[in-house]
Design a protein around this ligand. Sequence first.
Ligand code: ZN
Length: 190
Amino acid sequence: MSEDDQPLLDLAFADGAIEFVADDAQGNRPRPVRVVDHSLQPSQANIAAFWSKVVKSPTCWYWVGAISAPDGYGRFNFQRGNRQRTMLAHRFSVELEHGPLEAGVVCEHKCNEPLCVRVGPAHLVQSTHSENVRYAIALGRLSGHALLDGQGRTRYERSLAIREALRDGYDEQALLRAKTDPGQWQQTLF
Ligand SMILES: [Zn+2]
């Protein structure tokens, strides 16, 4: 089994490690401050907003909203009142299915697709305690070439290409090109 064949583990930071950068670009007027609440639960409107950013293929369900760097995972921010929370999109999806994740629980992409938010045994699963050792190994890999895909792109670049391919909905050929032909993607950028 080559390294690329191994299931993709959730290598991203825990919610509490995410920093928020203030956006002052809209002028000097102070904006209402939202309090980060790592236990905030989504409203029905938040959940609807989440699914509006998902494009379903016959296999994976692809997140097409914000993408985090350098890991290439989807990222979802939601607000209720004066509170907000940012989560990895796939962890949000798992919480919708199974309820709040306990601390230290790792989500694993059996489909090896960082943007996939489809919960199920062939796609996105909560890992068991026995996965922790593999998780640590995978964390070590994160510092090196593990961030590159088979075409020499970073995982972040790959995710951007896939999101671009799905911007008008599911397109099997565009998706295939985005996964396998980074040159094609670069031509559309420049
Ligand atoms: Zn999948």
